[in-house]
Design a protein around this ligand. Structure first.
Ligand code: SF4
Ligand code: SF4
Length: 314
């Protein structure tokens, strides 16, 4: 996306400052909007669509009807909570702008690279003292690669350390270019078996695994070499199984050599409320969080295979 006045811009759904996750030290997390995968456990459903959306919290509605009056598409139903007919909504945002109760809020904003860098600049003292930096995630960063690349390039010019998180589902040329500008790359492995991968995420994993192998080789050419951290989201009922972890360990040993660490991500259902606000179905309502002893056992399998495993603290 190009904005003639302010340079390259992109669509994001959140910025979290002072985070201690997703990289070293204190970090500024930038979440890009839009993802080609549909992981059934996704905890950021507002990052899936590349378009602007309205988050709708019916419990805050005071019934004033302002939203229905301003909606140019007649997309708001005159019922308790004034719900949105999503198929008729184009995300113009007028309902949220007129809502006095904060029940309807806009999710998704266009930001220029300059605006993102200005935030990083404000946080720079925290990076300096903690070894932190900026982390770009999503959504999927490869859905807006030019925007992400330009942020990373300019962070590099300013000496701001940068990390990315990716599913690996995107164009190799962009991933190769982005890798050359990062200190840390977090790369998800969700399933090795292509049929299971498609069942869990809606997409085949051939492109992802090919990109991962190519990235691993590309790291040999980069100096300093970025830290490649492989991430295994482990979701009960899907892939929190010994079989999946063994299969992944075998794949890593056979195909990769430049990873620094394998991080096990326990499942949590923090995203459930966001599904409700977007009128999206959440499949994992009754799913238990991954138990610590279960995680320890899965981490042990990796360690026994000679791989550097770590359980994420969140
Ligand atoms: S975002 Fe626009 S079209 Fe959608 S419900 Fe609100 S006012 Fe109507
Ligand atoms: S404007 Fe907000 S508070 Fe008023 S009816 Fe619409 S959602 Fe409810």
């Amino acid at each position: 996306m190009k904005d003639a006045r302010a340079g390259l811009s992109g669509f994001i759904f959140d910025i979290q400052r002072f985070s201690l996750h997703d990289g070293r030290g204190i970090r500024t997390l930038v979440f890009t909007k839009g993802c080609p995968l549909r992981c059934r456990w996704c905890s950021n459903p507002e990052g899936l669509s590349p378009a602007r959306q309205i988050m709708d919290d019916h419990s805050k509605c005071i019934g004033c009807g302002a939203c229905a009056r301003v909606c140019p598409r007649g997309a708001i139903r005159l019922e308790a909570g004034f719900p949105i007919s999503r198929a008729d909504c184009d995300g113009c945002g007028r309902c949220a702008e007129s809502c006095p109760a904060g029940a309807k809020t806009i999710c998704g904003q266009l930001k220029t690279v300059d605006e993102i860098l200005a935030i990083a600049e404000r946080d720079r003292p925290f990076y300096t003292h903690s070894g932190g930096g900026i982390t770009l995630g999503g959504g999927e960063i490869l859905s807006q690669p030019a925007f992400v690349w330009e942020i990373l390039r300019r962070c590099g010019q300013r000496g701001v350390s940068a990390a990315v998180e990716t599913s690996g589902y995107g164009e190799w040329d962009w991933l190769a270019r982005i890798a050359g500008l990062c200190e840390i790359i977090h790369f998800d492995i969700k399933a090795i078996d292509p049929i299971r991968h498609k069942a869990f995420t809606g997409q085949d994993n051939a492109l992802i695994l090919e990109n991962l192998r190519r990235l691993d080789r590309r790291l040999d050419e980069l100096s300093p070499m970025p830290r490649l951290i492989l991430r295994l989201p482990l979701v009960p009922g899907y892939n929190a199984t010994e079989e999946h972890v063994r299969e992944t360990a075998a794949y890593i040993r056979e195909n990769l050599r430049n990873y620094q660490e394998i991080e096990l991500l326990p499942f949590h259902n923090f995203g459930e409320q966001k599904y409700k606000k977007l009128d999206m179905a959440y499949e994992l309502t009754d799913r238990q969080n991954t138990r610590p002893e279960e995680l320890s056992r899965l981490a042990e399998i990796l360690t026994e295979a000679g791989l550097p495993a770590r359980i994420s603290s969140w």
